[in-house]
Write a protein that binds this ligand. Structure first.
Ligand code: NI
Length: 209
């Protein structure tokens, strides 16, 4: 063995330490990968929070935030007024369900519609839309940035798609979940598109105290 290949004295333990560190780091990343479930493989999902701070505008022109609604149960739905089918169905079912529950409980619930189409959904249009579906429903929107931030809080996806009807211009694909939030602003449960009014009413009766 030539002298030049010999490790300088003291470097051996340093290398062992470095190797141990690398292995530990690798394990750490691996465990994090499993917990977050990122990547195609999935894995154990960490709990996901739904809802959180938002700033939007009310048709009255007033700015509203999540704090505006503290103390009320909320039914939160993201959509847009030009939606040909999904939004009217969801909101119609919601209104029907609210009509089926006790008046005292219904009075504790504030439905909120958040338009993901601020470009076309003017204040006037949103005011009319809200009233048409459920008197007392707040139909909100905001700047594109505010809407995107609110959607992110609620894990809502939306994206423009080309409409076949040139007059409409574009449609928006969007998540169609209705969220029930508690008076403390925390998520209670969601209703999937297609939930029947009677089923929704029963769940609301149970969840709203
Ligand atoms: Ni819709």
């Amino acid at each position: 063995m030539s002298k030049s290949k010999k490790l300088p004295q003291g470097l051996g333990p340093v290398l062992i330490f470095a190797a141990t560190l690398l292995i530990a780091l690798g394990l750490g990343i691996g465990i994090r990968y499993l917990l977050t479930g990122s990547g195609a493989g999935g894995g154990i999902s960490a709990p996901v929070t739904i809802g959180g701070p938002f700033t939007l505008s009310h048709p009255s022109g007033k700015e509203v935030t999540d704090k505006t609604y503290l103390g009320k149960y909320l039914l939160v739905y993201f959509g847009y007024t030009y939606c040909p089918d999904v939004c009217p169905t969801s909101l119609g079912t919601m209104a029907e369900a609210l009509g089926k529950i006790g008046k005292d409980k219904a009075a504790k619930i504030k439905p909120i519609f958040i338009s993901v189409d601020p470009e076309r959904d003017t204040k006037e249009r949103l005011a009319d839309y809200g009233e048409a579906f459920y008197p007392g429903m707040d139909a909100l929107t905001g700047t594109p940035e505010q809407v995107l931030a609110a959607a992110k809080q609620y894990r809502v996806y939306f994206a423009r798609v080309k409409a076949e009807d040139a007059e409409v211009g574009y449609l928006i694909d969007h998540s169609a979940l209705l969220y029930l939030m508690g008076p403390d602003g925390k998520f209670i449960r969601h209703f999937s598109h297609g939930t029947q009014a009677a089923e929704m009413a029963a769940a609301l009766e149970e969840s709203v105290k």
